[in-house]
Design a protein around this ligand. Sequence first.
Ligand code: LLP
Length: 415
Amino acid sequence: MSHFEYKNGELHAESASLRQIAERFGTPCYVYSRAALTAAYRAFDAAFAGHDHLVCYAVKANSNLAVLNLFARLGSGFDIVSGGELQRVLGAGGDPAKVVFSGVGKSAEEMREALAAGILCFNVESEAELARLSRVAARAGGTAAVSLRVNPDVDPRTHPYIATGLRQNKFGVPYRDALDLYRRARELPNIAISGIGCHIGSQLTDVTPFVAALDRILELADRLQADGIALAHVDIGGGLGIRYHDESPPRVEDYASALAPRLGRRALKLLLEPGRVLVGHAGVLLTRVEYLKRGPEKNFAVVDAAMNDLMRPALYDAWHDVLPVSRAGRSGGAPYEIVGPVCESGDFLARGRTLELREAELLAVMAAGAYGMSMSSNYNTRPRAAEVMVDGGDTYLVRERETVAQLLARETILP
Ligand code: LLP
């Protein structure tokens, strides 16, 4: 069930009219549905109900405090990749004891902050990082719980920029080195081994690579066990895809039933780091048509949102459906390039879409809840969009639109 539907010819988020939201908060504007976020979290969590597990929402997908707070209230843990994300989780009322810290480049300062907050586990990605973490923990007089992120060398069959579990990627400890590194970790002061994990990529539309990766990781876990290194958890990362266009990703139930049973009788808690699947369909980007422009070869609809607001089309050639907010009196249409005001030919939100468009009308860029606002920038000195959360018929501004004055305030000229 979608939480974004037409009612009397007008697109709504739950029972709130997107036209009214645009009139009240302006455009471009991200609009999230509380019910959609809640339903996605509950479905994912319920799919793993038969196994001891913890969902650690990948904050990078959408890090708005209201989104994080909602997941925290639903019992979610969090997967973070920076000190900034840690502060967001704490600021949103998240439980630090349910936080895992991923990423290849953790600074000593970030490690100190995470230790002080009392996070569940560091997902360590290299020998050098392990050594640094041991030193930082020793100096802080604490113990760091560690899970090695192992690179299982499995092809996730996704866009090359978001494939992470191949041998040539920068991520994780090489599979063949992992055993040795665990043995070394065991000897290190202030390090407590707690798990093993992997994350092979994002927007996967098939369970097979997940299963292959998990099997490789479990094989290692068994060898560690035989070596006297007992683990408390296995973390299979995130990566489950969603349908943007014509993909047919597995349902969360199928994903869960392909994975959880493979743990068998091992006493391992299952950690999951879903991002996109929890937020992708829960958000749209509202934008207004500024100009319709007829070129010699193509028709352009220049809208007020751009690649700085939603980078996915420019960066990955990603598809997002574009719907008119009002579909009253439409018939037919012409192919349009939906482009923004930014000075780059890569600045498009959609290409070759058949739409009947009018100047000043509102469009909704669909499935923009994941990696939309969180990847936005101020390129072309464009203040970032407002964010609104809908709850039934109520709307809440959960991030104010930036102002140009705020952007300039941090800069100075030479004396
Ligand atoms: N865990 C780790 C360690 C990750 O690196 C990621 C995503 C996730 C979990 C969550 O993956 P998800 O469930 O969302 O696929 N900007 C790209 C996606 C980049 C994903 C990076 N890592 C996009 O817009 O498609």
